[in-house]
Write a protein that binds this ligand. Structure first.
Ligand code: NDP
Length: 305
């Protein structure tokens, strides 16, 4: 029997719809329009695409979008001054500094200069600590999106065995904290894990966040397990032919070998169309949450950890 495909694109559209409804209510009953400021330093093409699509979706859900584009050689003190200004601006509820930053800028210093209450990426050290101690925090968007899909599929996650492959600060570690918060029994695997296949094989929930194309094959998956594939890897796809410049066409794959895993899993997220679209939806959800908290209003149900 094939796995149920968890349609992240449709789920993300649903989440954005819920955010839009809350935003409309906030405007109508309290005169508040949530605002998200995105800061982009330099001209990295991928970052430009992300920032553009974040801005577009922010406006689509009825929020205000403020884009700040700075030159690649912007001095650190200028960037910090902008963040300070955004921290103090009551119209701005969420601040996102697009990563990676150019090499001369200290990423930790920059991220930790954002007001934690406006840190919609959830990377500020205070939010990391709050999440780690089970307190109310801003939660990183990608793991939050994974959690929402898992809750939607399973209802309660309590008592399930979860294996997170990858221990990065932006995905693996916060994902593990969130699963622990929902009472899973959590294992975090990484590049030094022994017998990774056996570790993954005992999981009811597998979250793969490694960055290695198709490294988790189907025979590592316990029959019926839920597989969340965070990986986004571009690989050559000679079967699609060549581009005008003669280069081989490419395609996106996850960290899980989709076909073999889908044959045994109970449910699986595809790549593309799985976790990816949930990330921006959760950024919008976090901005809404930040706006509600800033005004001492109840948090939107189902859109937070
Ligand atoms: P990092 O490179 O920061 O972390 C990768 C992790 O994988 C590390 O902890 C590393 O272990 C572990 N790892 C590497 N090789 C192996 C191996 N052979 N076996 C087991 N573990 C291994 O990556 P990110 O967490 O930032 O991203 C992971 C993937 O998710 C990438 O493909 C990225 O593009 C994607 N991503 C997708 C997002 C989305 O919106 N869908 C958002 C963010 C990321 P160690 O610590 O020991 O080195």
């Amino acid at each position: 029997m094939g796995a149920q495909i968890i349609d992240g694109k449709a789920f993300a559209a649903k989440v954005r719809g819920q955010v839009a409804e809350h935003v409309a209510k906030l405007k109508e009953s309290h005169g508040i329009t949530p605002g998200l400021a995105v800061v982009l330093v330099g001209e990295d093409p991928a970052s430009q695409v992300y920032v553009r699509s974040k801005g577009k979706m922010t406006v689509e859900v009825g929020m205000n979008s403020y884009e700040h584009k700075l030159d690649a050689d912007t001095p650190e003190d200028v960037l910090l001054a902008l963040i300070d200004q955004l921290n103090r601006d009551p119209a701005v509820h969420g601040i996102l500094v697009q990563l990676p930053l150019p090499g001369h800028l200290n990423e930790d210093l920059v991220i930790n200069s954002i007001d934690p209450a406006k840190d919609v990426d959830g990377f500020h050290i205070s939010n990391v600590g709050l999440l780690g101690t089970g307190q109310k925090s801003m939660v990183p968007c990608t793991p939050l999106g994974c959690l929402m899909m898992l809750r939607d599929h399973h209802g309660s996650l309590s008592g399930l065995d979860a294996v997170v492959v990858g221990r990065s600060n932006i995905v693996g570690k916060p994902m593990a904290q969130l699963l622990l918060g929902d009472s899973c029994t959590v294992t975090i695997a990484h590049s030094r894990t022994k017998n990774l296949a056996d570790v993954v094989r005992r999981a009811d929930i597998v979250v793969a966040a490694v960055g290695r194309p198709e490294m988790v094959p189907g025979d590592w998956i316990k029959p019926g397990a839920t597989v969340i594939d965070v990986g986004i890897n571009r690989i050559d796809a000679p079967e699609k032919g060549t581009n005008e410049d003669g280069s081989v066409k490419t395609r996106l794959v996850g960290d899980v070998h989709y076909e073999s895993a889908a044959a045994v899993a109970g449910a699986i997220t595809p790549v593309p169309g799985g976790v990816g679209p949930m990330t921006i939806a959760c950024l919008l959800a976090n901005t809404l949450t930040a706006a509600a908290r800033a005004n001492d209003l109840p948090e939107p149900e189902g859109l937070t950890a």
